[in-house]
Ligand binder design. Structure first.
Ligand SMILES: [Zn+2]
Length: 446
């Protein structure tokens, strides 16, 4: 494929939702960036050749929405873990109830297991209440192309600091982009500096979790001359991967009305769409809190790392032994979580546990969120952070952004929250970057 065709593919074959083309609030000259000579973009990204982008297949659209929003009675972690196994992601949890979006088969499963379902609303009806969207009022949220434009702009404007590359392709063929901040090494060149990685949007509908790492990247570039930021950038190897699930995210906004998509866009053999990427990682894969049914919202996939998206993250991390810290952004609930998620036992290494707790506590102070072990509310196997710590010793955290839906948060909190949420989470991220040479130094500090 020639470079020109590749560029054309980049620009024209990745569909943007009709309302998503509106410019973001920063009004950066995107069109101008897009039209710059390809050579210039490649040079600034430190690449000889632009990575190939195959045109994604048209996303399969399920014929009818077979999902419900439900509220179920449950008051113990054991009950919630069981509910998760039935395929229900618990978006909101109170002392005696949980609620979330599930396939109709999950409703049947829960009833068969004797759970009391207090409320059930067909998804088509439920979604009517939430027509806030990348449609005009949410135009500040960046879709896939706008995210790529931002990353390309950063790489182009900061050739001595930022490089852009793909860590692999999604199931529909979209590149999963990463930007790297390093003052001495570029692209895939190894670095001896301690590394930190920030990721967003494993779950498609959690669009704010793309914005926060994107804004972190923009913040680092914009403040690179501030002495404290300069020092961090000169002594660290920082990666930002804002959109791990690009197909699901694009599908969620493609019609101008949110689809409430969680999983990736894998077409399972029985036609049901999607694997829950945050149940597909390899540590304790298949255990409690994930489902083996394809229709389930917490379907873990046929095997660990069966999905190209998690495989790409795995390969990326395994290729870089200098990575010491990781933060995976999700939404919502305002939580700072540390391993284990797949077990209700604490981390066995006492010194590591202390460091995890101290770092989580400090990040909770920056954000105002609650810090706890990931399994505090229910056990869920196969997430990013358990695998990163268990297999690589990485101090890995999940942050659940934004308040509950009833407090103006939820999955689609509107563009008004972006700035404030990003601000506090950038503080927490800088703290994590600063600790990446030795996370244990957090112990004993307040
Ligand atoms: Zn999530």
């Amino acid at each position: 494929m020639t470079v020109g065709i590749v560029l054309a593919a980049l620009l024209f074959t990745i569909p943007a939702g009709p309302a998503c083309a509106a410019p973001a609030a920063d009004a950066s000259p995107r069109a101008e960036e897009r039209n710059r000579p390809l050579r210039q973009l490649l040079d600034s990204a430190g690449r000889a050749e632009w990575p190939t982008v195959a045109a994604p297949e048209a996303s399969p659209i399920p014929a009818a929405d077979e999902r419900y929003w439900i509220m179920v009675r449950a008051s113990t972690p054991q009950e919630r873990t069981r509910i998760s196994e039935a395929g229900m992601p618990m978006d909101e949890i109170t002392a005696d109830k949980v609620s979330g979006i599930v396939h109709v088969n999950t409703v049947k499963q829960l009833e068969a297991w004797g759970f009391k379902i207090d409320r059930r609303i067909p998804m088509t009806e439920y979604a009517q209440q939430f027509l806030r969207d990348f449609p005009p009022e949410d135009a500040a949220y960046r879709n896939y192309q706008e995210m790529l434009d931002t990353l390309q702009g950063l790489a182009q404007a900061n050739p001595g600091l930022v490089s852009l590359f793909s860590i692999g392709k999604s199931i529909a063929g979209r590149e999963i982009w990463a930007v790297r901040f390093n003052t001495t090494e570029f692209g895939a060149a190894p670095s001896a500096k301690p590394g930190a990685v920030f990721m967003g949007t494993h779950h498609a509908r959690e669009h704010l979790s793309t914005e926060v790492p994107l804004l972190l990247a923009q913040y680092l570039a914009a403040n690179q001359d501030r002495p404290d930021i300069r020092k961090l950038l000169e002594t660290r190897d920082v990666y930002v991967i804002p959109l791990v699930n690009p197909d699901g995210s694009e599908y969620d906004i493609a019609t101008g009305k949110y689809k409430w998509q969680r999983k990736n866009m894998r077409v399972n053999p029985d036609k049901y769409i999607g694997v829950d990427l945050n149940r597909n990682y390899g540590y304790l894969w298949g255990g409690p809190g994930s489902s083996g049914s394809t229709w389930s919202e917490t379907y873990r996939g046929p095997s660990a790392f069966s999905e190209p998206e998690t495989q790409a993250v795995k390969n990326f991390i395994e290729a870089r032994s200098n990575l010491k810290t990781l933060l995976s952004f999700h939404s919502y609930s305002e939580l700072v979580l540390y391993p284990w998620g797949g077990s209700d036992k604490p981390i066995a290494n006492a010194k590591d546990l202390q460091a995890f707790q101290a770092i989580a506590r400090q990040m909770a102070k920056f954000t105002g969120y609650t810090d706890e072990q990931a399994s505090a509310l229910y056990v869920a196997c196969g997430d990013t952070t358990d695998w990163a710590y268990a297999s690589r010793g990485i101090f890995a955290f999940t942050i659940e952004l934004t308040p509950k839906g009833s407090s103006g948060g939820g999955f689609y909190p509107g563009s008004g929250v972006i700035e404030k949420v990003a601000q506090v989470n950038i503080q927490a991220s800088l703290y994590l970057i600063s600790l990446s040479d030795d996370p244990h130094q957090a112990i004993g500090k307040r």
